[in-house]
Design a protein. Structure first.
Length: 222
């Protein structure tokens, strides 16, 4: 996922960037509201981590301009302001979540995971090889035959589809699915990947093992 961190505190910005990069995300940074607005006009982001107290224009104005352009990016507001009026104002402008400083890294990571799971796939019905994925109905089919997935298998499928062409490590997968099971291990990831692979491999798509790195989602035929 592509994430923009908007924070004028350089130490905090560096720390958040490291946390997000460690989770496998592509991260850009902006230190002022003007820089953030320029970046958001120039590129599309899956998530914006947005501080409110910025030089020049504040985070609320950045958010207002973003939503006026009907951008779909999720926005996690970071602020030292804990007044209910500020929270309501941020939500009214279109923020998706609100985190008050100081906060723990663990909570920040959990909020990010939750918001990124909301990122929409390209369409409600997606065709990949002979596999049809109905995002809204949470079901898949191969040549018209419906295939049942468990909740965990579906979450894993969405994770791969949201990151086409990117290798996902077992650790990244375990972290992204942690809300389903906080004790998810890399061995468990292997089991779920194996089960999902068995259900979709006949459809012209596969989950290829990249030794030493993780797994890669591929379409093997049309």
């Amino acid at each position: 996922m592509r994430i923009l961190v908007v924070e004028d505190d350089s130490l905090l910005a560096q720390g958040l960037t490291r946390v997000l990069a460690r989770a496998g995300h592509a991260v850009d940074r902006a230190e002022t509201g003007v820089q953030a607005d320029r970046a958001l006009r120039a590129a599309s982001y899956d998530l914006v981590v947005l501080d409110i107290g910025l030089p020049d224009i504040d985070g609320f104005e950045v958010l207002r301009r973003l939503r006026l352009r009907h951008a779909s990016a999720n926005v996690l507001v970071l602020t030292a302001r804990d007044a209910i009026e500020d929270r309501v104002h941020g939500l009214d402008l279109g923020s998706d979540d609100y985190l008050t400083k100081p906060f723990s890294v663990t909570e920040f990571e959990a909020r990010v995971r939750a918001l990124l799971r909301r990122v929409s796939l390209p369409a409600s019905a997606v065709s990949l090889g002979r596999l049809t994925v109905d995002v809204e109905a949470k079901r898949i089919g191969i040549n018209g035959t419906l295939i049942e997935l468990t909740v965990r298998e579906w979450a894993l499928l969405e994770l791969f589809m949201a990151r086409p062409g990117r290798v996902l490590s077992k650790e990244q997968i375990a972290q992204q699915l942690a809300d389903c099971d906080s004790q998810l291990t890399t061995n468990a990831v292997e089991v779920y990947v194996s089960r999902l692979r068995a259900k979709i491999e006949a459809a012209g798509v596969r989950i290829r093992t990249v030794r030493g790195f993780g797994y890669l989602w591929e379409t093997t035929d049309a």
